[in-house]
Design a protein around this ligand. Structure first.
Ligand code: PLP
Ligand code: ZN
Length: 421
């Protein structure tokens, strides 16, 4: 761990800001902040605990236009923004009246996280993991990835002047391979599914002591980055919680941390304690959490993924049980949609709001539609739906489905003859 600076006249710089411990989500035992992800007592997953009483809106609003404005609620030092980083976050929240009308919803917003530096929400989590890696003195930034994390890790490491080693399934979408490789870290394609790649990464993490596997041994810090999605939504709504949120589920980390973030905003006095419902979205070809939700189970039975929504294709989701708990506790639901509906979801969002989302966005928009159609989501109250990645990453999903209305000769006669308008 890095030393604390204590020059005369300068404030003490705590490596992890207001974070004070890692707390077990299963048994509540606490342990010191470090590169750990499993509880010493029961092997349960660890999350970051804080000692912070009050944070003011002015304090946040005076911060940088990135996730670092929420530094008091993240496990990062107060000068985190001064280290080279990709500056993710502060993405747009747009009012989606056309989509709302189409779906029969009264008030709808899209939180569009495709605007991040590598065009997915993963830049948020990686930035926090990178800070932890630096403070813990770890030298290599690594991950197993379904694609978007690979982009984010390779880019963040390049900018921070760190080595990166990224492991991906060999059959990943070509654009995601190229957009990772271009940052010139070490990219390893593994013959297997994401879950095989993940298992391999855990094994390597056990051997390489100075590596930070962002979603393995520094996972508690990584996950905290997802809270910033919730923080931004609340701030952009004028410092209040939305009534309903629809969130894609891969490992389930994002969904559970948005909920944690909402709770922390209430605790430190930034928003009123108003009720909200959280809904999870999965693709049918990889829907272990939605299945468990529908069947009323507390445990999630792993599946072998088979869906075009590769960024969500985690067959054995680490936070699955916590997603079930969150969605049940907030009177939400977890629903799944077919690949055909995913493509329709992508096209619907594009056609109504001019936002081209990746397959994860298609899953989430299609799930929103299904939740409305099946009466699970209240169309009368304010809803926020997440688009977590850019459609340019998953062009195959729409190729062959959309294209030019006609190909014509460059003459006015040819244009009118084509009878296009
Ligand atoms: C990783 C990812 C998610 C959610 O991941 P979790 O593992 O559930 O936190 C959502 N959308 C996109 C585009 C992603 O890449
Ligand atoms: Zn425990």
């Amino acid at each position: 761990m890095s030393t604390t600076v204590s020059e005369p006249g300068t404030a003490q710089r705590a490596a992890f800001g207001n974070a004070i411990a890692l707390v077990c989500r299963a048994c509540g035992a606490e342990q010191a902040l470090g590169p750990y992800y499993a509880c010493d007592e029961c092997f349960g997953p660890l999350e970051v605990g804080y000692d912070v009483e009050r944070v003011t809106r002015e304090q946040i609003e005076a911060g940088p236009k990135s996730i670092w404005r929420y530094q008091p609620l993240l496990p990062v030092p107060s000068d985190v923004a001064s280290f080279p980083n990709t500056e993710p976050g502060f993405t747009r929240l747009i009012r989606a009246d056309n989509l709302a009308r189409e779906l029969g919803i009264k008030t709808l917003w899209v939180k569009d996280d495709s605007g991040n530096p590598t065009h997915s929400f993963k830049d948020r989590v990686v930035a926090v993991a990178l800070s932890a890696a630096r403070e813990l003195g770890l030298k290599v930034l690594a991950c197993p990835s379904t694609g978007n994390l690979a982009n984010a890790v390779a880019a963040a490491a390049a900018r921070a002047g760190m080595k990166s080693v990224v492991f991906i399934p060999h059959d990943l979408e070509r654009p995601k391979v190229l957009t990772t490789a271009v940052y010139d870290g070490t990219l390893v394609a593994v013959r297997g599914t994401y879950d095989d790649v993940n298992r391999l990464a855990s094994e390597i993490a056990g051997e390489e002591e100075d590596w930070a596997f962002v979603n393995v041994n520094v996972r508690p810090y990584y996950s905290e980055g997802s809270k910033t999605l919730g923080f931004e939504v609340a701030e952009q709504l004028g410092w209040r919680l939305p009534e309903q949120v629809v969130i894609p589920v891969a490992s389930g980390s994002q969904l559970t941390k948005v909920d944690k973030g909402f709770g922390e905003l209430v605790k430190v006095g930034l928003v009123d304690d108003t009720p909200y419902r959280i809904f999870g979205a999965q693709a049918e070809g990889c829907s272990p959490v939605a299945t468990a939700f529908k069947e009323g189970h507390d445990v999630v039975r792993p599946v072998r993924p088979d869906t075009i929504a590769k960024s969500l294709a985690i067959g054995n989701p680490a936070d699955g049980p916590y997603v079930l708990d969150t969605c049940r506790r907030t009177s939400g639901a977890v629903e799944h949609v077919t690949d055909e509906e995913v493509v329709e979801g992508i096209r619907l969002l594009a056609r109504t709001e001019g936002i081209f989302g990746e397959t994860a966005g298609g899953v989430t928009v299609a799930t929103l539609k299904k939740l409305v159609d099946t009466g699970q989501l209240d169309p009368e109250v304010e809803t926020v739906v997440f688009n977590t990645g850019d459609g340019l990453k998953t062009l195959d999903a729409v190729s062959g489905r959309v294209g030019p209305a006609a190909t014509i000769e460059p003459t006015y006669a040819a244009f009118t003859a084509a009878d296009l308008i």
